[in-house]
Ligand binder design. Structure first.
Ligand SMILES: Nc1ncnc2c1ncn2[C@@H]1O[C@H](COP(=O)(O)OP(=O)(O)OP(=O)(O)O)[C@@H](O)[C@H]1O
Ligand SMILES: [Mg+2]
Length: 323
């Protein structure tokens, strides 16, 4: 399937402070804070919603095209994504800026101080689906990005008749009710978590029923450890979660769920199976730190799927030629 994935492409800088922030914040001096936390550990992880979704799609055997703006520090990330099977030819280098970066420092109590530098991502609004290099597309993913870019891509996809999966998630806060309604009303698929679904309802003024009925194909609501609900053709498909063998941290579970779901749709499988593929793809991410640390072959994915959902329907759905 020809899939174009738009959204954030970022580095995550994760630091741990071996103390407690509260001991260094003086309540009577909060009007002129000047504190420096000496951290003893830092990891830099590849992240960003679009890159995470594209990575898992590539693991599942697709060749997604990643579309976004990246900075002068993207070289190693680009080579790595290409080596995993992601086509990065639609990413645009903004050499005077750095790639979007999320900096988070976590103390021993689990308190966090974070900053998100948008960097090259602010220029995503300069990219366009009218770019002749894009050609025919089966599905566009509009995931969290520069808010103006999200509004523009949704309008362009509608004008060009390109089906898109609308995933406004973290950026719901930054989009107006009108922008969200426009994105929602033209989409093929909506995928949000329960909290985001409630925010959509509040900001657009649409009822829950109206939101569920808006996408042309399906409205998918992920429910964390409770799995997901897929509303399609007026029917509810309840998707059970896949229990993890070990729990690490959840960054990127939602992104992996979307990739698994899309792979199921690319194979022409029904909602129940595609949703379960999303749930399994998500669980692999829960079991390891970071959104792009998991790795499996298609055969390993199918084998685990069969073990988890051992029923005739799912076994036959994955007969050999389906790749
Ligand atoms: N503890 C868990 N156990 C099993 N599956 C889980 C768990 N948490 C999440 N999942 C799976 O991941 C999917 C997406 O999770 P969730 O609804 O938390 O997304 P999210 O809030 O968008 O996550 P994030 O934005 O942090 O990536 C769920 O539908 C479920 O299949
Ligand atoms: Mg999410």
């Amino acid at each position: 399937m020809n899939i174009v994935v738009t959204g954030s492409i970022a580095y995550d800088y994760l630091m741990s402070f071996p103390g407690r922030f509260v001991e260094h914040l003086l309540p009577d001096q909060l009007h002129h804070i000047s504190v420096s936390f000496l951290v003893d550990e830092m990891r830099r992880q590849r992240g960003g919603c679009a890159a995470n979704i594209a990575y898992t799609l590539a693991l599942l055997g697709e060749r997604p095209r990643l579309m976004g703006t990246v900075g002068q520090d993207f070289g190693a990330y680009r080579s790595w994504l290409e080596a995993q099977g992601v086509d990065t030819s639609l990413t645009h280098d903004e050499l005077d800026l750095f790639t979007a970066s999320f900096f988070v420092n976590t103390d021993q109590d689990g308190n966090q101080i974070a900053s998100f530098y948008t960097g090259a991502m602010t220029r995503a609004r300069n990219l366009s689906f009218h770019d002749p290099r894009i050609g025919p597309v089966d599905l566009v993913v509009i995931s969290p990005n520069d808010p103006e870019a999200m509004v523009k891509y949704a309008a362009e996809c509608q004008a060009l008749g390109l089906p898109y999966l609308y995933d406004p998630s973290q950026q719901i806060i930054r989009l107006s009710g009108d922008d969200l309604r426009a994105g929602l009303e033209g989409c093929a698929l909506l995928v949000v978590n329960q909290y985001e679904f409630e925010m959509l309802h509040e900001k657009t003024g649409l009822s829950a029923e109206e939101i569920r009925a808006a996408p042309q194909q399906a409205c998918v609501i992920t429910l964390g450890p409770e799995g997901a609900h897929i509303w399609a053709d007026g029917e509810l498909h309840a998707i059970p979660p896949v229990p993890p063998t070990r729990l690490d941290e959840p960054t990127g579970v939602g992104d992996a769920f979307r990739a698994g779901l899309i792979k199921g749709l690319a194979l022409g499988l029904d909602w129940g199976i595609a949703g379960r593929m999303g749930a399994l793809a998500a669980t692999y991410v829960l079991e390891l730190p970071g959104p792009q640390s998991h790795r499996y072959t298609w055969d390993q994915f199918v084998a685990r799927f069969r073990t988890q959902f051992d029923s005739f329907a799912f076994t036959t759905a994955f007969s050999a030629p389906l790749r």
